[in-house]
Design a protein around this ligand. Sequence first.
Ligand SMILES: C[S@@+](CC[C@H](N)C(=O)[O-])C[C@H]1O[C@@H](n2cnc3c(N)ncnc32)[C@H](O)[C@@H]1O
Length: 211
Amino acid sequence: MNDNKIMALHQAIDKHQIKGFLAQDEAEALYRFALEAANLGPCLEIGSYCGKSSVYLGSACREKNSTLFAVDHHRGSEEHQPGEEYHDAELFDPTAQVMDTLPALRRTLDLFDLQDTVVPVVAPSQVVVKQWATPLGLVFIDGGHSHAQALADCLCWAEKIQPGGLLLIHDIFPSPQDGGQGPYLALQAVVARGDFHWETTVNSLGVLHRR
Ligand SMILES: C[S@@+](CC[C@H](N)C(=O)[O-])C[C@H]1O[C@@H](n2cnc3c(N)ncnc32)[C@H](O)[C@@H]1O
């Protein structure tokens, strides 16, 4: 039954040309893990961009009558800035001379009818985490990919996950030839805490389970 829902989400993402950086198997894994973890508490993502990951996580939360908090300052990561590899001129605000992905996120949430499930939190991750008190069922980390940023995000947000909950980290590349090492080193730092078990990896999505 869920397979049909996932296929419908993939088709709608393609039809509406939602921009993003998730492979289909990773997107499907987000949906399935969120469906499981939403029983424990709300879900939260760092790095919503135009809402691709938010659609899969949010759709699962909606099914469970839960909530997804979607944290992003919407100014883009280093690699999205003008002149960088993943810059998209359509997401650049020429008046303010900054990246602005918030309008695209809002459009995506409207298209997928997720306004009552996904709560955009427009701020840097480290500002939000300082005041965060709600225990979470699942956290998905896909914000800044530098070693320092990924490490700070993974360690600070890991604290907020319920026992039995999940920490998902995007862009895990054990070999430097395949990609940047920031998220992978951050994952290893979480495992070194001793209370998270690295359960599986789906494409480049690392899945950690809190004991
Ligand atoms: C790779 S994109 C996320 C892609 C998205 N998850 C998807 O499914 O397509 C990274 C996002 O992280 C955001 N970001 C980077 N550093 C951040 C920080 N310190 N706090 C909040 N958001 C951040 C950027 O604005 C950008 O939108």
